[in-house]
Design a protein around this ligand. Structure first.
Ligand code: COA
Length: 389
């Protein structure tokens, strides 16, 4: 069976992630400009014919019509522009929407961007703004934040699986080690397991160093039909499978809280498109908003049986040099998590890795990548498969 190749990434741009002085407009402008400049054969004005923006509303400051701002900063006013909002999975869904537009023949060059500006939002307002992406009837009523929900999932997982707490700490250590080699990462400092375990608690058992940070940043991709991709570059990256899934919003409504059905559905759908299975994947980007999320993702994506992600992590299989390199850009944990930008940033990493342009953090022989993006505590998820050439 041949890959059902749908579309190809021909350019990608990324700002630094972190607490940044730039405005949302400046971040968008910069990510789009870098994506344009990355196109090997150049890009003439007026070539982009559809635009998609993933954002939760620039930290709440531009809740409505955020996409109009992108159109101005991308110099695409007049072209159809769509905003996608599926909480932290906005970027993955935006990528899928752009790939669909290209595959349908409606678009010949789609721009997909993700942006968030979170650090200048006061704490109480940020808690409200992030919290309303969770279940607002029960979880928020009982005072749960996202860290609180993932803390409960971590407690359940630790009760079921020996050495799980050590493995959670190792996820943070590994992803911070990976972040050291990523110039765009928010944190470029190493951690030890002892430091992770001793950090102040945010939502027991998760401590400060089990959490992703609050971040600003933007990323952008240019997507063309496969048969037109070589007009732009000799090394396009094919989008060979896109899957998406959904689940009940509140964790209490799901039969098993430590398995995300949305992830499973998205992965099954993505692999149905591709000519290869999980064994051929050489690079994995998972949604590690909290350390527990990386272990759950590896199991739901089919790389480990329930509880098996503990051994996989502790034996080093998920390190850059391991059998399944996971989050070699530092992941959400060290690279940062500007909500709308995250799913697009994962594709940026795969784009540079599959073109062997990742420098110090290059995964040898990276040919096929799996990207996994989750909305909130699992109500939505996307899985995207990318392949070199
Ligand atoms: N990992 C590592 N270090 C972190 C960090 C993190 N996640 N968050 C903050 N720090 C560091 C800061 O760099 C700072 O270090 P410094 O004193 O050396 O400068 C220090 O810890 C305190 O930072 P501060 O911003 O005051 O922390 P905070 O207590 O306000 O926030 C969290 C910490 C974990 C509560 C916050 O980062 C958070 O809410 N993260 C989760 C965001 C989220 O829910 N996203 C959606 C996911 S679904």
């Amino acid at each position: 069976m041949a890959d059902r190749v749908r579309a190809a990434i021909v350019g990608a741009g990324h700002t630094r992630f972190g607490a940044l002085a730039e405005s949302p407009r400046a971040l968008l402008r910069s990510a789009v400009q870098r994506a344009r400049e990355s196109v090997d054969r150049g890009l003439s004005e007026g070539t982009i014919d559809s635009v998609v923006l993933a954002t939760l509303g620039f930290g709440g400051w531009q809740i409505g019509n955020a996409s109009a701002v992108l159109a101005e900063e991308a110099r695409t006013v007049g072209v159809p522009v769509t905003r996608v909002e599926n909480a932290c999975a906005s970027g993955g869904y935006a990528l899928r929407a752009a790939a669909d537009a290209v595959e349908s023949g409606r678009s010949h060059l789609a721009l997909v961007t993700g942006l968030e500006k979170m650090t200048d939002v006061p704490n109480a307002r940020r808690r409200y703004w992030l919290g309303v992406s969770g279940d607002t009837e029960w979880e928020r009523l009982s005072g749960l934040t996202f860290a609180g929900v993932y803390g409960l999932l971590a407690s359940r997982y630790i009760a079921d699986h020996r050495e799980a707490r050590e493995a959670l700490a190792e996820v943070a250590v590994k992803n911070h080690r990976h972040g050291l080699a990523n110039p765009n990462a928010q944190f470029r400092k190493p951690l030890t397991r002892d430091a992770v375990l001793a950090a102040p608690k945010v939502a027991d058992p998760l401590g400060l160093l089990d959490c992703c940070p609050v971040s600003d940043g933007a990323a952008a991709l240019l997507i063309a039909p496969t048969e037109e991709a070589r007009r732009y570059t000799d090394t396009p990256v094919g989008i060979v499978g896109t899957g998406a899934g959904s689940d009940y919003l509140a964790v209490q409504d799901r039969p098993d809280p430590t398995h995300f059905a949305a992830t499973r559905r998205a992965a099954d759908a993505a692999f149905r498109h591709a000519s290869f299975d999980r064994r051929s994947i050489s690079l994995i980007e998972v949604h590690d908003c909290f350390t527990i999320a990386e272990l759950l993702a590896l199991e739901d994506l089919g790389f480990a049986d329930p509880g098996g992600a503990v051994a996989l992590t502790l034996e080093g299989s998920t390190a850059r040099t391991g059998r399944w390199p996971v989050n070699v850009d530092g992941g959400l944990k060290a690279k940062g998590h500007p909500i709308g930008a995250t799913g697009v940033s994962q594709a940026y990493e795969a784009f540079v890795q599959l073109r062997a342009q990742a420098g110090e953090r290059q995964v040898p022989s990276a040919e096929r990548a799996l990207l996994h993006n989750v909305g909130g505590s699992g109500a939505s998820a996307t899985v995207t498969l990318l392949a070199r050439g």
